[in-house]
Write a protein that binds this ligand. Structure first.
Ligand SMILES: [Zn+2]
Ligand SMILES: [Zn+2]
Length: 167
């Protein structure tokens, strides 16, 4: 955890520190200028305590990775897969976790076969309407969408609209 050395840095008497220069130049390193260093450390501490929302969160119950949060900026970012259902579920998986999950769904031979299958969220009555695979460069590698299915076709939407009818 990076928090400890950062806190130590904040407790030090930063006024004793003079600005450093980029080696071989007269250009000061902005972060080391008195005042800036404290601000910079504080923003890093803030980042440690309240990390920015992840770009994706792996939903595999037995996630194989150290953390379920996925950031495009991860050093070991290897892409991920995102599944969408007509009821607006968004399910994301590490590539390795997805491989495990796929092994449990033998009837679907490729990602495309998941379109129209039951949503992977346990209590969702919707069906899968999109599968998007992101590569390690963050770009979309493959994308399958079923635009023929409308959200209103789902049972729990129908229930909701029945309730809206005047008596
Ligand atoms: Zn995972
Ligand atoms: Zn769903």
């Amino acid at each position: 955890m990076a928090l400890k050395p950062l806190m130590r840095g904040l407790q030090a008497d930063l006024s004793l520190i003079t600005a450093r220069h980029w080696p071989g130049t007269r250009e000061a390193i902005i972060e080391t200028q008195p005042g800036n260093l404290k601000m910079y450390l504080e923003s890093l501490v803030e980042n440690c305590k309240h990390p920015p929302a992840a770009d994706a969160v792996c939903r595999y119950a037995d996630c194989l990775q150290v953390t379920m949060e996925i950031y495009f900026s991860d050093l070991d970012f290897e892409g991920f897969l995102r599944i969408g259902c007509i009821d607006a579920c968004k399910l994301e998986y590490h590539p390795g976790c997805w491989k495990e999950l796929r092994a449990e769904h033998r009837q679907q031979h490729s990602e495309k076969d998941f379109l129209g299958a039951g949503c992977l969220t346990p209590d969702c009555a919707g069906v899968i309407s999109s599968v998007v695979m992101y590569g390690s460069d963050g770009a979309v590698r493959r994308e399958y969408r079923d635009t023929t299915r409308q959200r209103s076709a789902s049972p729990h939407c129908m229930r909701r609209s029945l309730k809206m009818q005047p008596r």
